[in-house]
Design a protein around this ligand. Sequence first.
Ligand SMILES: CC(C)(COP(=O)(O)OP(=O)(O)OC[C@H]1O[C@@H](n2cnc3c(N)ncnc32)[C@H](O)[C@@H]1OP(=O)(O)O)[C@@H](O)C(=O)NCCC(=O)NCCS
Length: 189
Amino acid sequence: MTFDVIPALLMKFLDFKVRPESESDQSEIERLTAKVFGPGIHVRAVQPLREGVSHEVSLSFVAEHQSQIIGSVRLTKIMWGKNETLMLGPLAVLQRYSGHSAGKALMRAAVSKASDTCLDHQCKVIILVGNPSYYELFGFKKIIPGKITLPRPTDPERILAYELREGALSEMSGPATRCLYSQSKFLNL
Ligand SMILES: CC(C)(COP(=O)(O)OP(=O)(O)OC[C@H]1O[C@@H](n2cnc3c(N)ncnc32)[C@H](O)[C@@H]1OP(=O)(O)O)[C@@H](O)C(=O)NCCC(=O)NCCS
């Protein structure tokens, strides 16, 4: 093996861990998402659903490399018609660390925690807006067009859902709106 191959191999196996988000991570995560998305985050289709609403810290995760947060995923409670629902996003990994599976690890952690936590709760679905080819890796599927209305126009091909309870999607329809209950009331954590 020549020496110039070694840095490439080290880059391939990025040493990171995924851990639950904590209250003290807030400003670092906000800087990270601002860097990854830029001002465009404010015009995203689902952004109005997050405004003035706390995300569910207990269902959100960060990826950390050498004590630096390099990725984040958050879940926020919304209403879909009359049903409490979870919305996933933003999912962000700093560009210089992308392609090392941090995004996948964050997704798996968030979906798994939501599945465990919501087992006995009314909340039966996670929705998101994103590229189907990425999110179908985690079991997300397209929502039948017309079953959900988002606050801003969105390509229906990118509106995806994951059933926390089998068959739950068949019961859901209506507009997506903000949910203003406190997170502690919601998941009773
Ligand atoms: C999307 C994102 C979170 C992925 O994180 P990551 O750590 O780079 O991804 P991973 O290493 O876990 O996965 C890499 C794989 O995902 C694919 N991928 C990455 N971003 C993708 C996207 N937007 N659409 C489809 N596939 C994507 C890569 O091609 C790669 O495929 P491969 O495994 O077949 O080679 C990251 O690239 C990012 O923050 N992008 C900018 C913000 C963004 O678009 N967030 C999602 C909003 S919907």
